[in-house]
Structures are given as structure tokens and as C-alpha cells.
Design a protein around this ligand. Structure first.
Ligand SMILES: Nc1ncnc2c1ncn2[C@@H]1O[C@H](COP(=O)(O)OP(=O)(O)OP(=O)(O)O)[C@@H](O)[C@H]1O
Ligand SMILES: [Mg+2]
Length: 352
């Protein structure tokens, strides 16, 4: 099992998150990427808690539903583990070792780098290059993740009839998908791009420079906070509150009493997350903020953040310059796009 291995056969990207599973299938055509299929299905409460699979059977059922709904025919799949469950470290190794020799050496020395019992972790590595030209050491990126985290994902995929080909890290999937969104990224790779993924339960701020993540931090905050308030205020079940939130139909006082204050809270979360980033290092201003995750779909949120922080803010749409197959409703895809960043970055693993 490989955290880094490059693949050239198409894989279907599956983002197993706390409230839903999201599927994206891409192909490469002469004009660039094409979206072959996509789908989102909700998970029953408790199936995945934060980023941990609690109930493999429930997750496998939902993946099977997704495959039917999307009519995706690919059986090889890519999934990701959360950045917070992975430890990465850059280590020096003698240059010139073959991959096999390197693997052997790293396996022997890994306990120096990894603060968990080795029989509980899965380890992978990628050669980053020489420290400098005439150096006799090379830098190797080591990644370790608790085995259980990976094994439960593999079990869910296999039970749904898929072959797990790639186990990625969410942050790397975001890195891969981001150039699809930032259009002047090639011209100005130096710019600092902040991406705030606000999902149902977790918000992740990542900051990238030169196409690489230089900072990431998760917080327990998301759209469920608003759903909870709707439930309490109007005496609804979770499913009812969730549906009313997205499709409308709540009483008039919802806007002023719950929705506007929630947007202000989101603004505060973004502001505070950025302040954490600024206080951790050498930067005092990002150049571009991208909002992703379902909460980014809230009307008026991007302008609110942009006005307040006086920084360019956009809403993530990794498909903005892609073509679609006839299986895909472009309207539905555009709606869902901010939530599909990780799934898109995973699907790209089969192509690049
Ligand atoms: N149109 C919308 N308006 C407001 N909120 C929305 C809309 N669409 C989705 N959401 C909210 O976005 C959240 C789901 O976002 P997303 O799909 O990114 O989460 P997730 O990836 O399942 O969660 P997490 O990343 O926390 O595990 C839910 O709280 C949902 O209510
Ligand atoms: Mg998510």
C-alpha cells in the first residue's frame, strides 16, 4: 500500500468525510480534464466520526449507492486520510540508494522518527532530491499513519467492490487540485494562497506557496453548528434541519436570528485561523483566500470575508475549466463543486 505511488490508470476519487461520501471520476482528453461522473451521498450519523470510520458496513453501503448513482464504471479507487492523522518528516539518507535499499534502511531506522509503536503504523516515503548538488545525502519525505486508519478505509472500499489503489493524504489532494482554481498560479507561484475548507464538522486552513503546503491546521467547526441551532430553535430532527437549511422553507426569523450570525461566526473562524498562521511564522498577509467545503456555498459569504479582510476571496470550483461527459449535470456539479476539492484531487492521482 502506497501513500505516494504514481498511477497512470484512471482511479475514482472518493472523499470519505464526516457526513457524506463524495465521488469524482476524471479522464484526460485532448483539451484537458473531463469530468466523467460525480456523486455525493449522505452518511448515517455516527458512521464516520470526525475523520475516523466507525462503521465499515454503513460506509461500504453508501459507497455502493454512490457507484450506482454516478454510474461510474472504474473499479480502482483513491481515498485519503486526514492530515492530522499523518506524521511527516523529512530525513537525510545516503544518496544513491536504490528504492529497495532505502526501504530496508528506513524500516530499520523508522522508530527513531516515529513516536508510535511500529507495528501500529503504515509507513511510506518519497525521495525529495539532493540537499545540494554535490551532497552525498538526499532528502526523503517520510509519512506515517496509524494502520487502523488506512485499514478501515481499505475494508470499506473492498466491501463496496472497489480496489484501493491509492491511499493519499487530504492535504496532498488539495495541493494537486489547487492549480485548477488559482489561474495565475503558474505565473506567480510565490503568492501565498490560503484555502479554508469548511465542512460539516471540521474546518481546515491550509496555506500554500510554490504549490506546496506550508501550513495546515484543523478546527472542530463547520456547518453542523448551524444545523444544531436550527434543530434547537425550530424543534426539527437533524435530517429535517439539514434539508431546510440547504433547500429553504424555514420561518422568516431564520435569516436575521441564525443565518447572518452564523456567517459572522464563519468570518471570525477564518480571521482567527489566519491569525494563528501569521503568529506561527514569517508572514503577515496572504494574497488569495479560497473558501471550500459545503459552507462555502452560503450566499454572500465570500464577499463578507473579502470586505472584512481586504483580500481577494473566491469560492473553490476545481471544475471551472473542465468539460463534462453526458452523465454529468453541469448545474449540479457547479453547485457541489466547493465540496469536491479533495475528491477531485484524488481523481487526478489516476492521471498525472
Ligand atoms: N447550499 C448550502 N448552504 C448552506 N450550507 C450548505 C449548503 N450545502 C452544504 N452545506 C453545508 O455544508 C456542510 C457539508 O459540507 P461538506 O460536504 O464540505 O462537509 P464534509 O466534507 O462532509 O464534512 P467534513 O469535511 O467536516 O468531514 C453541511 O453542514 C451542509 O449543511
Ligand atoms: Mg470535507
Amino acid at each position: 500500500m502506497s501513500l505516494f505511488k504514481r498511477k497512470s490508470k484512471p482511479v475514482v476519487g472518493l472523499d470519505i468525510s464526516s457526513t457524506s461520501v463524495k465521488l469524482v471520476e476524471l479522464s484526460m482528453q485532448s483539451e484537458g480534464y473531463q469530468v466523467e461522473s460525480f456523486a455525493i451521498s449522505s452518511l448515517p450519523a455516527g458512521a464516520v466520526v470526525e475523520k475516523n470510520i466507525n462503521d465499515v458496513d454503513l460506509v461500504a453501503d453508501v459507497i455502493r449507492q454512490l457507484l450506482n448513482k454516478s454510474r461510474c464504471k472504474i473499479k480502482d479507487a483513491a481515498v485519503a486520510v486526514a492530515g492530522s492523522s499523518v506524521i511527516t518528516k523529512v530525513i537525510d539518507m545516503p544518496s544513491g540508494l536504490t528504492e529497495d535499499a532505502l526501504e530496508e534502511q528506513i524500516t530499520i531506522e523508522a522508530d527513531q522518527y516515529i513516536p508510535f509503536p511500529l507495528d501500529e503504523v503504515a509507513i511510506d516515503f518519497e525521495i525529495q532530491g539532493q540537499a545540494n548538488e554535490d551532497s552525498n545525502v538526499m532528502q526523503v519525505l517520510l509519512a506515517a499513519c496509524r494502520k487502523e486508519n488506512i485499514e478501515l478505509r481499505i475494508a470499506a472500499l473492498e466491501q463496496a467492490g472497489l480496489t484501493p489503489k491509492v491511499i493519499d493524504v487530504e492535504a496532498y489532494a488539495i495541493e494537486r487540485a489547487l492549480p485548477l482554481i488559482v489561474d495565475d498560479w503558474e505565473a506567480d507561484a510565490d503568492q501565498l494562497v490560503a484555502i479554508m475548507d469548511i465542512g460539516a464538522t471540521v474546518s481546515t486552513l491550509s496555506v500554500l506557496k510554490n504549490h506546496q503546503t506550508i501550513y495546515a491546521r484543523e478546527q472542530l467547526f463547520g456547518g453542523n453548528n448551524l444545523t444544531d441551532e436550527i434543530q434547537r430553535r425550530y424543534g426539527l430532527s437533524q435530517a429535517e434541519a439539514e434539508q431546510a437549511k440547504v433547500q429553504g422553507g424555514l420561518p422568516d426569523d431564520y435569516l436575521a436570528d441564525l443565518l447572518e450570525p452564523f456567517k459572522e461566526t464563519v468570518l471570525q473562524q477564518v480571521t482567527r485561523s489566519l491569525q494563528f498562521f501569521y503568529s506561527s511564522g514569517n508572514y503577515s498577509q496572504v494574497d488569495h483566500i479560497i473558501l471550500a467545503g459545503g459552507v462555502a456555498r452560503l450566499g454572500g459569504l465570500a464577499p463578507l470575508v473579502q470586505d472584512h479582510l481586504e483580500t481577494l476571496v473566491s469560492v473553490a470550483n476545481p471544475f471551472v475549466s473542465m468539460k463534462y461527459s453526458s452523465k454529468v449535470s453541469s448545474e449540479d456539479l457547479t453547485e457541489a463543486a466547493p465540496s469536491l476539492l479533495i475528491a477531485a484531487g484524488l481523481a487526478m492521482r489516476g492521471i498525472d
